[in-house]
Design a binder for this molecule. Sequence first.
Ligand code: AQP
Length: 336
Amino acid sequence: MSNKIILSGMQPSSHLTLGNYLGALKNWVSLQDDQDAQSLYMIADLHAVTQNYDPKVLANATREIAAAYIAGGVDPKRASIFVQSQIPAHSELMWLLSTMSQMGKLERMTQFKDKAGKNAERAGLGLFAYPVLMAADILVYRATHVPVGEDQKQHLELSREIASTFNTRYDAEFFPQPEPVIMGDATRVMSLQDGTKKMSKSDPSDKSRINLTDDADTIARKIKKAKTDAAPELPGDVAGLEGRPEIKNLYTIYAALKGVSMDTVFAEFAGKGNAALKGALTEVAVEHLSPITQRMADLMADPAGIDAILRDSSDTAAEIAEKTVVKAREIMGFWG
Ligand code: AQP
């Protein structure tokens, strides 16, 4: 058994965005070189049904996320790629953990507040309980490291608390404390239309994001239309980014895609106009993303091939999850 168990996932709620890629997927790829780690990457379809969705497209959206993982560089031979709903242990552990998850804490989750909006009374129980399922997703593998973007930090904190509650209540050192791994240069990519709002795959405006399925022309058009501000010159230092969230976001994306430091970005654009930044960003985005988009399209052209990869790659995950839930039941005193 490896010393480190790495677990993460994405919801097939729509096409993956540049935010999902820079905040999570790109980091998974660098982590898979760690010989001491067992990597597990799920397609979180049970989470995707917590909000309105189209049952006719869910299965294909699930395949598309698998294609994005592989095209982005996750190697199904080195990491287990699997579909969450295919492993019933997630849902069972969620139920067990829900008995030790406090309503008050769930009510404080910002993602629930954002997604439920003004209609919290009408929100589904699944949306409310989402963080408990996420805790089960992590703890069912007794994962030690969870590479995510910054937006998932609060959920991860709750997973840590639930793990501690279980261990204390049953006097068992069973679940490790999962560590959030928030790494890379773009831990929170913002909307192209509002630099104060997270780039999100379910944002109603497609102009707000770059999708991993966008072709070069679409990327160019979205960057050209990205919101900027009226200042005539681009800043040359951190202080100059103050009050300019859209420019900060474009600088951050540029640095992350090009693999350079923010100082290099400041030196390159100081005193220039927005058009220079947008032109250079388009070039680097197309160069970096086009091979991924192409590879995804190739994989998606063979759905049976993706299904075969998912089936072959999920055995390791299923085995670990089943063992954990059997042990959790035993610790909790169930018959059998
Ligand atoms: N804008 C972002 N910047 C950096 N990281 C991000 N992530 C999401 N958006 C950004 C990271 O991507 C992973 C997958 O997230 P998810 O599919 O579980 O859902 P999410 O966090 O709620 O992301 P979205 O794109 O906003 O999805 P929807 O719109 O469906 O809710 C996570 O590691 C997340 O941190």
